[in-house]
Design a protein around this ligand. Structure first.
Ligand code: HEM
Length: 365
């Protein structure tokens, strides 16, 4: 397999599997000063990860930052990632992948909770007054990589060059945004009483794998409505299309809350959305994922993850030509005095974000 050709170092999308993860989703407050704070913060993220991570060198600390479609427009304007759009909902009624508010996603991973906690504190302190947190989940690794429903989670993930191939935008796909990724998150709550009332065999049919030793069920036995069958995608030539997941269990046993924070990275939102459609609507429609009879999605967001150099370059977008203050974009009362007549612009006068001129990024070919 030839991995995607890259000239821009990705953020730590395919970081080591860690014991802990914090997921923070926030909205950017509706004034020009808040937007300027968020833009400036983009240049601080890598330094903060380095500073905090140095304190426990073996702790595998990393942070991935993503921006929603609305956030991109109000913070950075044009150019914009080709496939970035608001979260698409799938399904209906009780079985629905819902969209919920969120401009910024922080995916903080480390082996120790204190590392995640310290980095989250440092990052959020710098955003104080500029963003409003709408969801925060602290996930933990559960025994041998088991989701809270007792099955090993993450087995079929791509690794190494294959992970880069499936998650990182290549040179010829979206040139201004090469080295970037898309990430989709959903917070699920489980009906553990209902799930635990099933026999192990019934649970195995729902997942499509054995519970104790995590072996894929034989095609002759695996139902077409199993989670594994509905999330396995192939292209027209019969090659498998993968995504990179790093789901984390979370919960509050004292309150009866048991959950899975789903997080999936890919170089396009399309495969993840196809999986959601298969799960929630069914393939064919009606043949839906029975895991959803015991799991309810309570959040949903799609974000673009710029390459590491682009994240830093975004800090240089000129607030004097703040995209959200440009004509045709609604501004709050607080903004109106700052409304500009210039069109939205990016870091460079040529509108290129200057990412082609950044040096030092590795190249995978
Ligand atoms: C309720 C939340 C979820 C739970 C508890 C869950 C759990 C699991 C488990 C236990 C496996 C089997 C082991 C593995 O290969 O990882 C699996 C596989 C997989 N899941 Fe999920 N999952 C959830 C949601 C999702 C969502 C929302 C998607 C995509 C939109 C997804 C995509 C996949 C994929 C692609 C596989 C690998 C399938 C294969 O190649 O066999 N999962 N999941």
């Amino acid at each position: 397999m030839t991995p995607a050709s890259l000239t821009q170092e990705p953020q730590s999308v395919s970081s080591a599997v860690t014991r802990n993860a914090f997921f923070i989703v926030a909205t950017v407050n509706e004034d020009a000063a808040s937007r300027a704070t968020v833009r400036a913060w983009c240049a601080d993220v890598a330094n903060l990860v380095r500073a905090v991570g140095k304190r426990v060198p073996a702790g595998n600390l990393s942070c991935v930052v993503g921006f929603s479609s609305d956030a991109w427009d109000k913070l950075f304007g044009e150019p914009r990632p080709a496939e970035l759009h608001p979260f698409r909902e799938f399904g209906s009624g009780e079985r629905k992948a819902i969209a919920t508010p969120g401009d910024l996603l922080l995916h903080i991973r480390a082996d120790e909770t204190d590392l995640c906690f310290e980095l989250a504190t440092q990052l959020m302190t710098r955003l104080e007054g500029a963003v409003t947190t709408v969801d925060e989940v602290h996930g933990f690794r559960n025994f041998d990589m088991r989701a809270i429903i007792g099955f090993v989670d993450g087995t079929e993930n791509p690794t190494g060059n294959e992970a880069a191939h499936f998650t990182v935008i290549g040179e010829n796909e979206d040139p201004d945004f090469r080295g970037g990724s898309y990430v989709l998150v959903q917070k699920y709550l489980h009906d553990m009483k209902g799930w635990n009332a099933l026999s192990v065999e019934a649970q195995e049919h729902i997942i499509g794998r054995t519970k104790l030793d995590d072996i894929e069920l034989d095609e002759a036995v695996k139902p077409s409505w199993s989670h594994s069958a509905l999330t396995t995608l192939e292209d027209d030539a019969g090659n498998e299309i993968k995504i990179l997941r790093d789901n984390m269990p979370f919960g509050r046993p004292g309150s009866g809350e048991f959950g899975t924070y789903f997080i999936g990275y890919a170089r396009s939102p399309k495969p993840i959305e196809q999986m959601l459609e298969n799960m929630f609507v069914g393939l064919p429609p009606g043949n839906y994922d029975r895991l959803l009879d015991f799991s309810r999605a309570v959040t949903g967001g799609l974000f673009f993850v710029p390459s590491q150099p682009l994240l830093e370059a975004l800090a240089a977008v000129d607030p004097a030509v703040d995209p959200a203050a440009a004509p045709g974009v609604e501004t709050s009362a607080a903004d109106s005095s700052e409304t500009q007549t210039e069109p939205a612009a990016a870091a460079c006068a040529d509108g290129s974000l200057a990412i082609g001129s950044l040096k030092g990024a590795p190249r995978y070919e």
